[in-house]
Write a protein that binds this ligand. Structure first.
Ligand code: KG4
Ligand code: ZN
Length: 343
């Protein structure tokens, strides 16, 4: 069964072809760093306009690279939310039109269900029940993934996402967009113990996260130092990164203990972070759990994960009508997509 995936929830337009729910036959991702870098963050209106410009080219490239004809597809899987509604609508409208023209079903996929599927795509040994840590620019959440039913949310951020904190700290430190990789690169040369930044929420019960206080602490320290030398930037980046990652690691370890799970899937853009990977590998050995990290190209937004999650739904006969909408915010367990905030 061939499934075409389309993902356009934020600033990447992506399309992929996945066979039998597992095999990535092609995967195209078109970023927009040039469009947004002058602003230090994603500008929604510019993102959707650029998606309109490239959508048919990107989908066409994925299909061509797969070397199959459009008639062979069993279905189209498209991210329907959560995300920037204007961006989502471009991929969703394109996917619906293509499915209509081909007479095949279209299924809307929850973006986080897609991220969780990226770990299963990357590692066939990984199977439910497991803990999923989604750490991206828009989300920081822990899920218990079971073989039946939607993932169960155990905790989430109460304010900023961890990737968002990396992006904002990059702006504060004058580091280039996109912020996560540039803070991580600067941190390599800095001292983690230069500043003892707070580890937010660690003493709180439950499994929620909070990152806005940490970001403010970095802003105050940067302000206190005045003009920042290169060494200051590197030290602040390293100390911030240590605090941000320590919180992810501590929360994941607590959730694994609480839920009695021994496998952890770490997904989303921040899963590319080297310190996070090292720390979880280290604690996995100590605590007796296995941490699965997809390769970097599957951690950041891509359409292979959407095609994979969509294939599971299509196999079960689930699909959506052409009137199906996109949602800026929608819980992962809202099946079949009862929106909390439809646009
Ligand atoms: O999953 P993703 O592509 O988009 C969302 O769905 O949000 O994640 C992008 C986020 C950005 O905030 C980016 O700064 C962060 O992932 N990121 C990183 C690293 N690479 C990307 N954060 C920390 N360390 C990295 N190496
Ligand atoms: Zn994402």
């Amino acid at each position: 069964m061939w499934v075409l995936g389309i993902e356009s929830s934020c600033d990447e337009m992506a399309s992929a072809v996945v066979r039998d729910g597992w095999e990535i036959v092609s995967s195209e991702v078109r970023g927009q760093n040039d469009v947004h870098s002058p602003y230090g963050g994603v500008v929604p209106e510019l993102a959707s306009r650029d998606h309109v410009r490239v959508v048919s080219e990107v989908v066409g490239a994925a299909v061509e690279e797969a070397g199959i004809s459009l008639e062979e597809f069993a279905g189209v899987a498209v991210t329907a939310g959560p995300g920037l509604v204007g961006s989502l609508l471009v991929g969703l409208s394109f996917g619906k039109a293509l499915a209509y023209r081909l007479g095949i079903p279209v299924v809307g996929v929850h973006h986080l269900a897609g991220h969780l599927a990226s770990a299963e795509l990357a590692d066939r040994e990984l199977g439910p029940p497991y803990l999923g840590l989604v750490a991206s620019g828009a989300h920081t959440a822990l899920f218990r993934v079971e073989s039946t039913g939607p993932p169960q949310r155990l905790g989430e951020t109460r304010d900023d996402a961890v990737g968002e904190a990396f992006d904002k700290v990059a702006v504060l430190l004058g580091l280039p967009f996109p912020g996560g990789p540039s803070v991580a690169a600067a941190a390599e040369a800095g001292r983690e113990d230069a500043v003892d930044f707070p580890r937010p929420m660690l003493s709180n019960p439950g499994l929620d996260f909070s990152y806005s206080g940490l970001k403010t602490a970095v802003a105050l320290e940067a302000e206190r130092r005045g003009e920042l030398s290169q060494a200051d930037v590197q030290d602040l980046a390293a100390s911030f990164q240590a605090a941000a990652i320590d919180v992810l690691v501590a929360r994941a370890r607590k959730a694994l203990r609480q839920e009695g799970l021994r496998e952890l899937a770490v997904v989303g853009g921040v899963a590319a972070n080297r310190r996070l990977r090292e720390q979880l590998a280290h604690w996995g050995e100590r605590d007796g759990f296995r941490a699965v990290f997809p390769p970097v190209e599957l951690c950041t937004d891509n359409a292979a994960m959407i095609a994979c999650a969509g294939a599971r739904l299509l196999e079960r006969g689930e699909h959506h009508g052409l009137a199906f909408n996109s949602f800026s915010r929608v819980p992962i367990d809202a099946t079949p997509w009862v929106a909390t905030d439809s646009q």
